[in-house]
Design a protein around this ligand. Structure first.
Ligand SMILES: [Zn+2]
Length: 84
């Protein structure tokens, strides 16, 4: 059973920190809310076409765990606020 990967939108100012990616996974989001900035501690894996169930694709940065577990169609956008 494939795991859902939750992604969070990045504020424009944060996108440059994330190599221009628009979204980050839950784990990178949590780590960065604690430290106030994005770090590569959890891993750094850009996916140009991470896809959701409805076929929408996102440019998303995943930690090592999410990169390993990624399957097409299993990305979902989280309701939590944008990382600013
Ligand atoms: Zn992750």
């Amino acid at each position: 059973m494939a795991q859902t990967i939750w992604i969070h939108k990045l504020a424009d100012a944060k996108k440059t920190e994330a190599d221009g990616m628009d979204y980050i996974c839950e784990h990178l989001f949590q780590a960065s809310t604690q430290t106030g900035k994005l770090t590569k501690t959890e891993g750094w894996n850009p996916f140009q076409n991470a896809s959701a169930k409805d076929g929408t694709t996102y440019q998303a940065l995943f930690c090592d765990s999410c990169a390993k577990n990624y399957n097409d169609g299993h990305v979902r956008m989280a309701k939590e606020p944008v990382l600013a």
